[in-house]
Ligand binder design. Structure first.
Ligand SMILES: [Zn+2]
Length: 147
């Protein structure tokens, strides 16, 4: 957690401040731990990268996260996951390097998000030694932002 706090992550949703956040990491969702931070915001609110790094994967999960982005931090220790996006930023590609605060997409309700409650589902994973985008242990983003 200290390594992550030292990275001074930016909040990913436009106009959302730390005081607006609610910790829902430990909430039960479909019988499992949520393991992420939901940030409520109007549809099409800009979403920006919390850290510098590389776009690891652009993935569509119809019954899950919908339009999603997996991003590695520069040291490839952590993976940041952004889900339920309305769309990607124009031209966003896998392998692309991004800066902290760079526009990467827009808030939506794709996948299994409620149509009446658009939000960004944001997760952080500490990667396993394989360092692949689909394997990691969840870290509570709320604890990182509320430092
Ligand atoms: Zn969520």
């Amino acid at each position: 957690m200290a390594a992550l706090r030292a990275r001074d992550l930016a909040l990913p949703v436009d106009r959302v401040r730390p005081a607006d956040l609610r910790d829902n990491f430990f909430d039960a969702r479909d019988g499992r731990r949520h393991g992420a931070l939901d940030i409520m915001a109007p549809r099409q609110t800009p979403v920006s990268a919390v850290d510098a790094g590389t776009i690891a994967k652009l993935f569509y999960s119809k019954g899950g996260g919908g339009i999603t982005i997996y991003q590695f931090d520069p040291s490839r220790t952590f993976c940041y996951y952004y889900a339920h996006l309305d769309s990607y930023a124009p031209g966003l590609q896998e392998g692309q390097r991004v800066r902290r605060g760079e526009l990467i997409g827009y808030v939506g309700n794709t996948g299994n998000a409620s149509a009446s409650a658009p939000h960004l589902h944001f997760a952080i994973f500490r990667l396993t030694p394989e360092r692949v985008w689909w394997k990691g242990d969840p870290v509570n983003p709320y604890s990182v932002f509320k430092q």
